[in-house]
Design a binder for this molecule. Sequence first.
Ligand SMILES: Cc1cc2nc3c(=O)[nH]c(=O)nc-3n(C[C@H](O)[C@H](O)[C@H](O)COP(=O)(O)OP(=O)(O)OC[C@H]3O[C@@H](n4cnc5c(N)ncnc54)[C@H](O)[C@@H]3O)c2cc1C
Length: 514
Amino acid sequence: MSAHTQSVRVTPADAHNGRLVSNLHPPDWQNPTPAPRYNLVVIGAGTAGLVTAAGAAGLGAKVALVEKHLLGGDCLNVGCVPSKAIIRSSRAAFDAKMAGDFGVRLIAPSQVDFPSVMERMRKLRADISPHDSAERFAKLGVDVFLGVARFAGPDTVEVAGQTLRFKRAVIATGARAQQPPIPGLAEAGYLTNETVFNLTQCPARLAVIGGGPIGCELAQAFQRLGSQVALFHKNAHLLDREDMDAAAIVQSAFIREGVAVRLNARITRVERNGGEKRVCYVAQGKEEAIVVDEILAGAGRAPNVEGLNLKIVGVQYDPRKGVLVNDRLQTTNPRIYAAGDICLAWKFTHAADFAARIVIQNALFLGRKKASALTMPWCTYTDPEIAHVGLYELDARERGLEVDTYVREFKDVDRAVLDGEKEGFVKFHVRKGRDEILGATIVARHAGEMISEISVAMAARLGLGRLASVIHPYPTQAEAIRQCGDAYNRTRLTPKVKKWMSRWLAWQRGGLPR
Ligand SMILES: Cc1cc2nc3c(=O)[nH]c(=O)nc-3n(C[C@H](O)[C@H](O)[C@H](O)COP(=O)(O)OP(=O)(O)OC[C@H]3O[C@@H](n4cnc5c(N)ncnc54)[C@H](O)[C@@H]3O)c2cc1C
């Protein structure tokens, strides 16, 4: 055994964060004595590393897991978990503000107690943390090493002065927020996902850089929690990788809620003036500036490839895209695999999870599993949410596939009308001439919950016509999925079939139609 050298601090240093750290990077942790050789050495204990390590150990492999910071990685500590906790609070605040629309007139003014919102988040994050704890993984039979890992030779990894020999290794070191190349930004200081959840006071004025999923989710949440948010995006509309109609709905919700959306915007420089920051930018050809209290950078992710000594083991990487892998998630060194944000274009926790499952089979059991065979859904947790699975119409066209598109708008779905959630839709792209779902997008308050039905259908190769025969309880918003199925089935009622049906019915009535 040997003591690890680094200690980790998460601010504010309250009881919740104390619990978090004692689970995920225990200050008194003793690194074990390394085994003579490991079946698998896993570098990084985010979702990809944890799932790989737990799964492999469960199947009897001798596994070492190395983490330099907090087990759980981005998702638990500075990603999905804290963001979804504060998004939930921001929804509660928004619902209270909009209660009058539901006939519920609240008399007291609604001002959010931001420190309580953040404390709730810290508590819930600490409550969830035992699942990813060093102690739990040690109990699962994994040798947990705390410290910075790097390759030291063709089959060795070094950590905290110890050498781990491996038969196979997995790089699961994730990604971090990219620093936007804006003059003056670093000097003025800015927040990223690594620091924003440490806030205990709500910034009165907040500039968010980046109109992708992370920027949009946090911009809306902070606006609802009491900040005046300005959201800067370099392109012509927010969430521009999503279905355009879907993104447009979210964008109008943002504008309605008072987010100052600046599109086609290029921030030219940032200047610090005492406690304030002046953001100078050009948007639609005009030079302008705003003064804010904090800036949050949420534009792009950079893979954590540095310091791993990848060159000495022949693992090729691109500083922007990360470690290069084939469809079986094998790097350019056949003994080394990668999983999660370090190598995937899909930067999601569930993608990291399923990549890890592929790696276990391929690295340890001569498996031939392919990442391209995954049916990958995702969701952006704005309000309304945008959830998607499969191909967008544009992707389908690029692959030379012709599609028929079926849309059901929530304004025509009873439950959505009753919920006051008429904005949004379910949209299916079906291969022309076949009952084969190629992709689908849902815009709804709980789109993330609804998309799985379509993922199941796609994974099981059930067509849209079959979804029409699945009974959905009334009234639910998910009825919109079945109604798209009905619309699909109506298109199969060709004039010829209709003619035969009316002849049959006429015959039943005792005569033939004229
Ligand atoms: C604000 C935000 C919100 C998000 N929300 C969602 C969401 O709602 N849903 C969703 O699916 N995804 C979400 N994501 C994405 C999700 O967090 C990531 O896709 C996921 O965490 C990737 O897991 P990973 O294991 O690949 O990497 P990570 O979680 O980044 O883990 C990598 C680990 O490797 C460690 N490490 C790095 N280098 C070394 C080294 N040399 N030695 C030892 N350890 C090392 C790091 O410390 C880290 O713990 C969000 C991300 C952010 C930033």
